[in-house]
Design a protein around this ligand. Structure first.
Ligand code: FE2
Length: 380
């Protein structure tokens, strides 16, 4: 048993309260964090340069589709749901060869999300972690989220605890369940991404919800799908920036606002599958539609993503769980369902990938440019 892990007593008395039999997740007995080197650090003066345009060749292109390197030591492979998510036992991510990592990219693209338990990934150090995840693309640095005090800016720290309620407070007055793909307003948004769980809330909660954007697109009628293809939408992180600025003098703003136009339906560069690429956190407007039309269409699509639980899975974490997912074919959301003050601690490494590939380019038929009112309002 790992140090600090509390195990339920073996007594079988029927009078014993249920709480005494609950398995508790790994915690230090003195209440200190299991991974102090990963405590969040906020520097309001810190600035970073944008990565800029780069050529992306997806690791999945090099993969052997039979996955001989990735699954050589796998003892169990179990799908979490038909459309998204697979849990793999017996594989240590830290020990995969380059060919194994290529195959990881391919399987992640196909299944949307892969869950690995009992990983030593959090114990191999920042440098080794970045080398492995950097295999999939240059590592993103977040505009305001914290990184570890002692190191890497690319490690985005996720931390919620009674001594640091900054994140939990940011959800005050609104639902913490917000479907999104991370950083979609980037010119080349993330692809194969890692979340490593350092410490979970004591008994349950803090799961990640994942939905398949491929299945969400395919679940629409053929005629409706055709209408979506060729459209583009504006993605912006303005809401996140405004939220961060509420921290006043303590606000971190390492980079400028991000605004980007992306196709509404994209192709995955390796699988060539079509995926719906809009999300309620960052997608603001359909280009060329009037405001009401855009609101109506995006409202429907956001509801479609959120309500189709048959196209989703739910990832539960323990210390040592690593979730690897492909942001181009999924949306995800946090859950903030555990008691306030309990500690949830993780880090994310987020490789940037290709410029989103439109599934179809809608040709401009010139109709808009002939309408003076629309031209004068800049609507074309
Ligand atoms: Fe996220």
């Amino acid at each position: 048993m790992a140090p600090g892990l509390t195990e339920a007593p073996t007594s079988t008395s029927v009078d014993e309260p249920l709480t005494s039999k609950l398995i508790k997740r790994q915690k230090n007995e003195d209440g200190s964090p299991l991974y102090p080197d990963y405590m969040p650090f906020y520097d309001p003066l810190e600035k970073v340069e944008d990565i800029g345009e780069f050529e992306h060749f997806d690791a999945g292109h090099r993969a052997d589709p039979k996955l001989p390197n990735l699954l050589a030591n796998a003892t169990k492979v179990a799908d979490l749901s038909p459309h998204v998510g697979t849990e793999i036992e017996g594989v240590q991510l830290s020990r995969l060869s380059e060919a194994g990592l290529d195959e990881l990219a391919l399987l992640t693209a196909k299944r949307g999300a892969l869950v690995f338990r009992n990983q030593d990934f959090s114990d191999i150090g920042f440098k080794a972690q970045k080398k492995i995840v950097g295999h999939f693309g240059p590592l993103h640095i977040h505009g305001w989220a914290p990184h570890p005090a002692a190191g890497s800016e690319a490690h985005m720290i996720i931390y919620d605890h009674k001594e640091d309620l900054r994140v939990r407070r940011s959800w005050k007055g609104r639902s913490p369940v917000q479907w999104h793909t991370d950083q979609s307003p980037e010119p080349q948004p993330p692809g194969t991404t890692f979340i490593c769980m350092l410490e979970s809330p004591a008994s349950a909660g803090g799961d990640t919800l994942v939905s398949s954007s491929v299945a969400a697109f395919n679940a629409l009628s053929p005629r409706f799908r055709k209408r979506l293809e060729g459209l583009t939408a504006i993605h912006s992180n303005n809401d996140g920036v405004s939220q961060e600025l509420k921290n006043g003098d303590g606000a971190v703003m390492r980079r400028a606002h991000l605004v980007q136009e992306h196709p509404v339906v994209i192709l995955h560069p390796v699988t060539k599958e079509k995926a719906l690429y809009v999300n309620p956190v960052y997608t603001k407007r359909i280009v060329g539609f009037d405001q009401e039309e855009s609101d109506y269409l995006l409202g429907f699509l956001f509801d479609h993503i959120a309500k189709r639980q048959d196209l989703q899975c739910r990832v539960r974490y323990e210390t040592g769980t690593v979730l690897v997912w492909d942001q181009r074919v999924t949306n995800h959301s946090q859950t903030l369902d555990y008691p306030a003050g309990d500690r949830r601690h993780a880090f994310r490494l987020t490789p940037l990938a290709n410029k989103p590939i439109p599934s179809l380019v809608e040709e401009d038929d010139g109709e808009c440019a002939e309408d003076f009112a629309r031209v004068s309002l800049g609507l074309c």
